[in-house]
Design a protein. Structure first.
Length: 116
């Protein structure tokens, strides 16, 4: 993945081992900063050759809006706050012992919890 400014960084690499979000159980989660994309691949069942397809995680917020990336959600919130639209997502995420996935960023100061 190459961004317009030719920079990218993987963040928050974790293997998710919880049934709290069953779709992600046994998946290696990693984010891309600054694009605000969250991805996952199998952590356990790699096909022959050792490579699995990289899949995107898209988010649906309350109200049933179309699935979006974290950057798009941040832009929606900062726009509603009358701020300039964020051009990057300084995204961080981690998983707690209860299996909750927390996603945060500096642009809008919001901590989000991923649910199924």
């Amino acid at each position: 993945m190459l961004l317009p400014n030719n920079s990218s960084a993987a963040v928050g690499v974790v293997v998710y081992r919880s049934t709290r979000v069953p779709q992600l159980n046994g998946r290696l989660l990693f984010g891309d900063m600054p694009s605000g994309e969250l991805f996952h691949v199998s952590a356990d069942d790699l096909p022959k050759g050792g490579q699995d397809a990289i899949r995107r995680v898209l988010f649906v917020t309350a109200g049933g809006a179309a699935p979006r990336t974290i950057l798009q959600i941040i832009q929606e919130k900062t726009g509603a706050q009358g701020k300039a639209l964020a051009q990057r997502a300084d995204m961080r995420f981690d998983v707690n012992a209860a299996g909750q996935i927390f996603v945060l960023n500096k642009a809008d100061g919001t901590i989000r919890v991923v649910e199924r």
